[in-house]
Design a protein around this ligand. Structure first.
Ligand code: SF4
Length: 317
C-alpha cells in the first residue's frame, strides 16, 4: 500500500453539509471535535504491497464505523449520501469520448475531488487510460473492448490470452510450445505497440494451425508491458460475478442521463455555440442536483431500474 495523506474536506462539501445539517450531525461533530481519527498509514499492515488503487482505508474505516452508529446496512452505508453531479464537460459532437476520461479525472483532482474509482462505459476505456488513471490513483472500471484478431472476435481458436508473453526476454510462447522469432517495437495510429511473430517457427506444419491462423505464420500485436498486463487482468476480471456486481453501480450514471433527458429535456439545446451550451449544461446539472437533494431531504427513494418492453415480454413468457 502507498499511504497517501487524507485530503481535507473540500470547502463546497463542508458548506453543503452545513446547509443540510444546520445543527450538525454525529459525523460532523466527530470531525469538529476529534479531527482526524484515522490515518491511512494506520492500515499499512492490512494491505498488500502491490495492487490496483482502491478506496482510501480511512474513508472505508469511517464509513464502516458510522454505519453501526446510524444502523445502516453495508449497501445503505454506500448509498447514504445523495448522488450528485460533480463535474460537467461539454464538447462538440465528433469529439472522441475516450479523450475525455483523463480530462475529467484531471479536472476533479485539480478541484480536490479526485475519485478513488471511476466507472465508465466501454467508449471511455482503453489500456492506456487504465494505466494513466492508476498513476493518478484512480481505479478506472469499465468493460475493456474486445480487440485483437478473429479468435477474440469469434471467441474460438488461440487468442492473445493463450500465448505466454515474456517481456524481459522479448518472446512469446504459443500454446503448442513454439517460441516467437521476432519482437519489433512499432507505432500504430500514433500509439506504441509491439509486433511479435512466429516466422520460421514451424507454423505451416503445425497440427493446430487451423485454430491459430489462416496466414503462413502467426503474428501478435501487443500493447507495451504495463498496458498489456492491465488489459489482460481486466479481461479476466470482467468475466466474474464480482466484477459484474461492482460495475452494476454504473446503472446510476445511466439513471442520471435518463433523468437529464426526461426531466430536463437534455437531448436538445436551447442555445447555439459551445460557450452557451456549456453554461446550459452546468445549469442543467445544478438543477438535477437540486432535484436529488430535495429527494434526499424528503426521503424519496431512488426510482426502480426500468424494464424495457422487450424484457417485459420475456418475463411474461
Ligand atoms: S500455428 Fe504457429 S504459433 Fe500457432 S500454435 Fe502452431 S506453431 Fe504455434
Amino acid at each position: 500500500m502507498r499511504p497517501l495523506p487524507s485530503p481535507p474536506v473540500p470547502v463546497a462539501t463542508a458548506a453543503l453539509a452545513r446547509a443540510v445539517f444546520p445543527v450538525g450531525c454525529l459525523a460532523m461533530r466527530l470531525r469538529d471535535e476529534l479531527g482526524v481519527v484515522f490515518t491511512n498509514a494506520d492500515f499499512t499492515g492490512a494491505y498488500p504491497r502491490q495492487g490496483g488503487p482502491a478506496l482510501s482505508p480511512v474513508t472505508l474505516a469511517l464509513v464502516s464505523v458510522l454505519q453501526y452508529a446510524e444502523r445502516l446496512t453495508d449497501r445503505q452505508a454506500v448509498h447514504a449520501a445523495p448522488h450528485l453531479i460533480m463535474h460537467v464537460v461539454t464538447t462538440t459532437a465528433p469529439t472522441d469520448d475516450a479523450a475525455q476520461t483523463l480530462r475529467v479525472e484531471h479536472d476533479l483532482i485539480s478541484a480536490g475531488r479526485g475519485p478513488a474509482e471511476h466507472l465508465v462505459d466501454a467508449g471511455y476505456m482503453g489500456a492506456e487510460l487504465i494505466v494513466e488513471a492508476a498513476h493518478l490513483g484512480i481505479d478506472l472500471v469499465g468493460p475493456v473492448p474486445i480487440v485483437g484478431g478473429r479468435q477474440e472476435r469469434e471467441g474460438r481458436g488461440y487468442g492473445l490470452g493463450d500465448f505466454t508473453i515474456d517481456f524481459d526476454a522479448h518472446t512469446a510462447t504459443c500454446p503448442q510450445g513454439k517460441t516467437s522469432t521476432r519482437w519489433i517495437d512499432t507505432i500504430i495510429d500514433g500509439h506504441p505497440r509491439i509486433h511479435v511473430d512466429f516466422y520460421n517457427a514451424g507454423c505451416p506444419a503445425c497440427p493446430a494451425k487451423p485454430d491459430c491462423t489462416k496466414a503462413r505464420y502467426r503474428g501478435l500485436t501487443l500493447h507495451p508491458r504495463e498496458q498489456h498486463e492491465a488489459l489482460q487482468q481486466r479481461r479476466r476480471e470482467q468475466d466474474t460475478d464480482t466484477w459484474r456486481k461492482r460495475y452494476a453501480t454504473r446503472a446510476g450514471v445511466e439513471g442520471t442521463i435518463a433523468q437529464a433527458v426526461h426531466a430536463c429535456d437534455a437531448r436538445r439545446s436551447r442555445y447555439k455555440g459551445l460557450p452557451k451550451v456549456r453554461l446550459e449544461h452546468i445549469l442543467l446539472a445544478t438543477a438535477i442536483n437540486l432535484i436529488r437533494l430535495d429527494a434526499w431531504w424528503t426521503g424519496t427513494p431512488l426510482g426502480p431500474t426500468r424494464t424495457s418492453h422487450y424484457a417485459r415480454l420475456e418475463l411474461a413468457a
